[in-house]
Each structure stands twice: as structure tokens, then as C-alpha cells.
Design a binder for this molecule. Structure first.
Ligand code: AMP
Ligand code: GLY
Length: 435
């Protein structure tokens, strides 16, 4: 199967490794890819939205295109390639608005009675200021830029004046057109989790397969402190989630989403990643993403016991006929090694020392130099392990870190990925017990 994968980060390296380790013989092309990804396939010298890539797809006619990041989906790349008659694992632009516009997503959630935070959409400063001054929904006030803002579009304002300032700079175009509309939202408290669902929805059928919920660690420092990042580590499954909790996620969030998509004529042929807050009142939906999470994908690709090319092709061609994917009865973890200065000003160029780590290495932001590697991004390398349980995989990662198997000057790493969940499980607590 000739596959074109779009993207260049850790998520795409994890996908490239999985796509090329299957029973299906795969000829993999990646655009733009990375030095590490070029060890799995041929990297094409095209940016994702370029005319050159469109030409390449028109003439080379891959059997399947797999889209990694959200921006091209929101811009309609899946529609373009599907228009050439090529199967695409990635949603059309109409559906990708679920990630590309927070107000569109909120309207969708309300229309289909999907539990979520109370919110109000604002596009006018006077109305926004008066909403903030009369705010009755508790602090922090959550302000969200409507459009894609590279993970920087959500601010939790602790005071009225911070909320007013943020609103003003958003509406003034801090994130360009993406923040000229702002969603003001009630704060939700609880435990956050990442739920990935394969979806195949058109007007004839509506099928979905849930993957094991994972947990990401968004803050830069241990103990969930410091600035927000793209994600410093993830693990899955979550040891204290019971089958009835998974059922509740399915019934409360996934089923109404799938039914709503079909009802609204939103075609689905890809993955939906739901950001969930499990509150005292049960699970509530924070957001939809129309792509795989990063670093969640690095975890999920270890657990998924499927021929990935075949599965993604089945979804891309609307032929999914089942509601379960096979998953290994194991736990996987991904710990991110990040550059000095990440997330505000990552320093590139440091030489990475790699000895003989026992964990799998997935590259996120590296460049090849001679026979070695240098730092070439904010999130640089993922240390990934799969084992019997969370305790074991945490030990595997920490043993590589303790013995300095991989490092560079200024490297940042959180040693507590999965620690809180492990302690929670050991204390026989459930999702209903807050931490
Ligand atoms: P989002 O891009 O909507 O997922 O927001 C990014 C992060 O902001 C989420 O992962 C949450 O940690 C946090 N967040 C978003 N919405 C809320 C909310 N209503 N209450 C509390 N935290 C939130
Ligand atoms: N790990 C969160 C995300 O991919 O958005």
C-alpha cells in the first residue's frame, strides 16, 4: 500500500513507525517529515499546503493519505485529496470546524445535549466587558480564542481585570483572526483525560471505535506547575477507570457526538480526540480535536493491536464494520524530553548524547548531524515504554533517565508522568475521588 503521511513531529514519527511495522507491505512517503522519519520512508520536499504536494498526489496517486496536524484539515486538505478520488484518513473541512471553531463546537455540543461548560460567544468588546463584569459562573473565567491558535488560545483568568485585559487583546487580534471571536466559559474542575475515537460517519452509516483513555501532563514542571505546554508526557490506559466509567464516556459523550455528526451531515473519516474533564457531575467535554493527540499517539500506537494501514484505509473508505479495535492488555507511557527554554523560547542546536536506552525513542524535534542528533524543536525526544502496568513502565523510563541514557545540556523532563494516577490507583480511589 502506497501511503502518504502528512506532518513532521513526534505524533507522525509514532504513526510512521506503526504504519511500517504492519503485515501490510507499505511504501511510505511523508511530507514534510523529518530526519528521523526519513528512516521509515521517503520524505518529500513539500510543505503540507503547497501546490507541489498537490501535484505529487495527483500524479503519484497514493492508496491512502493520513493527515497528522489539524490546520490542513481545517483548511480543507482532506476535501482536496478526496476530490482526486484518493482515500484520506482525515475529516473534511466542515467536520474539522469542530476543532477549528470553538463556538461552532459549543453550538454542536448544546444542540446535541453533550455535557459541557456553560459558555457565551463574544465578538463585541462592549458585550464582552459587560459579561465579564456580571460574571456569575465562578473563577477562573476561561477565555478561548475561537479559531486555531497553536495551543495558546486558552487563558484561565483569575481576576476580573485579567479577564478584561485578555478579552481586549484577543479581540484586538492577538491571535489574528482566530481570536476576533472569543468564547467565555465557566471553569470546570476535576480530572482531565484524553479520549480518542476512530469515527466513520456518513449518511449511510455511523460507526466508531473507542481507544483507551489516556492522561496528558500539560504543565512544564513536576506537580503540574509552571507554563502550559503541548504536553510533557502521557500514559494509558488510566488504571483506576472502571468499565462502567468507560461506558459512561461512551453514553454521555461519544454516542451523542456520533449521532449529532450524522444528523448534521458532518462526515467523519478519521479520529476524534475529545478533551474531557471528569467533574463531580460526571464527564464533561472541554473540546474536540479532529486529529490524534501528541504525545497521546506515542502511547496509543504501542497499545493498538491492529494492522494500522488496513484500519486507517477502512475508515478512509467508509467501510468500518465493527465497534471495537484490538488493544493489548498493557500500559504504555511517553515521557517528553524538551529543549532548554521550552515552551517560551526553546534553544536549538545542542548535541544529544544517546547511549543504549531500553525505552523506544520516538523523535519529535531533532535533526541529524553526522551520525548523531541535535535539538531542533521544543519537544525533542519521546521516551516510550510498554509493560504490564503503570508502575513498571514508569520504572523503565526512570531507569533510562537515572542512568543518563539520553541527555543534552539544558534538557527538561518531568519524572512524574503517571505518578499521581498510580498513587490514586494504589489508594483504591476512583475517578469520582478528586485529586
Ligand atoms: P482546550 O484547548 O479547550 O482543551 O483548552 C486547553 C486546556 O485548558 C484544557 O486542556 C484544560 O486544561 C483547560 N480548559 C479548557 N476549558 C476549560 C474549562 N472550561 N475549565 C477548566 N479548564 C479548562
Ligand atoms: N496532547 C494534547 C494535544 O495534542 O492537543
Amino acid at each position: 500500500m502506497k501511503i502518504l503521511l502528512l506532518g513532521s513531529g513526534g505524533r507522525e514519527h509514532a504513526l510512521a513507525l506503526k504504519l511500517t511495522s504492519s503485515n501490510t507491505t507499505v511504501e511510505l512517503f511523508v511530507a514534510p517529515g523529518s530526519d528521523a522519519i526519513s528512516e521509515c520512508g521517503t520524505c518529500l520536499p513539500f510543505e503540507i499546503d503547497s501546490h507541489g504536494l498537490f501535484e505529487w498526489v495527483s500524479t503519484s496517486r497514493p492508496d491512502l493519505v493520513v493527515v497528522g496536524p489539524e490546520a490542513p484539515l481545517v483548511n480543507g486538505i482532506a476535501d482536496q485529496f478526496a476530490g482526486l478520488g484518493i482515500p484520506v484518513f482525515g475529516h473534511p473541512a466542515t467536520t474539522s470546524k469542530l476543532e477549528g471553531s470553538k463556538s461552532f463546537a459549543k453550538d454542536f455540543m448544546l444542540r446535541h445535549a453533550i455535557p459541557c461548560a456553560i459558555s457565551k460567544t463574544i465578538s463585541n468588546i462592549t458585550e464582552g466587558e459587560s459579561t465579564i463584569r456580571n460574571w456569575q459562573l465562578g473563577y477562573p473565567i476561561v477565555l478561548k480564542a475561537d479559531g486555531l491558535a497553536a495551543g495558546k488560545g486558552v487563558v484561565l483568568a483569575q481576576t476580573e481585570s485579567e479577564a478584561l485585559e485578555t478579552l481586549k487583546s484577543f479581540l484586538d487580534g492577538q491571535h489574528g483572526d482566530a481570536s476576533r471571536v472569543v468564547v467565555l466559559e465557566e471553569p470546570l474542575f476535576g480530572m482531565e483525560l484524553s479520549l480518542h475515537v476512530f469515527v466513520d460517519v456518513n449518511n449511510e452509516h455511523a460507526m466508531f471505535c473507542m481507544l483507551p483513555p489516556c492522561q496528558d501532563h500539560k504543565r512544564i514542571f513536576e506537580g503540574d506547575t509552571g507554563q502550559n505546554t503541548g504536553g510533557m508526557g502521557a500514559f494509558g490506559p488510566i488504571p483506576f477507570l472502571r468499565p462502567k466509567d468507560i461506558d459512561r464516556l461512551q453514553v454521555d459523550l461519544v454516542e451523542p457526538t456520533i449521532a449529532g455528526m450524522q444528523k448534521d451531515g458532518l462526515e467523519g473519516r478519521g479520529v476524534l480526540f475529545m478533551g474531557v474533564m471528569w467533574t463531580q457531575a460526571g464527564p464533561k467535554l472541554l473540546e474536540y480535536n479532529v486529529r490524534f493527540g501528541d504525545p497521546e499517539t506515542q502511547v496509543l500506537m504501542q497499545l493498538l493491536d491492529e494492522d494500522l494501514p488496513d484500519l486507517l484505509y477502512t475508515i478512509a473508505t467508509h467501510s468500518l464494520q465493527r465497534n471495537k479495535v484490538n488493544v493489548l492488555p498493557n500500559t504504555a507511557i511517553c515521557t517528553v524530553l524538551a529543549a532548554q527554554g521550552y515552551p517560551s523560547s526553546p534553544q536549538k542546536g545542542a548535541t544529544i548524547t544517546i547511549k543504549s536506552p531500553k525505552c523506544l525513542i520516538i523523535h519529535a524535534g531533532t535533526a541529524k548531524k553526522g551520525t548523531g542528533w541535535t535539538v531542533n524543536g521544543g519537544r525533542v525526544i519521546n521516551l516510550v515504554a510498554i509493560g504490564n502496568d503503570l508502575e513498571q513502565v514508569r520504572r523503565m523510563v526512570n531507569s533510562d533517565l537515572d542512568s543518563h541514557q539520553i541527555e543534552w545540556p539544558g534538557m527538561q523532563v518531568r519524572r512524574d508522568i503517571g505518578l499521581k494516577a498510580l498513587q490514586h490507583a494504589k489508594a483504591n480511589l476512583t475517578i469520582e475521588n478528586q485529586w
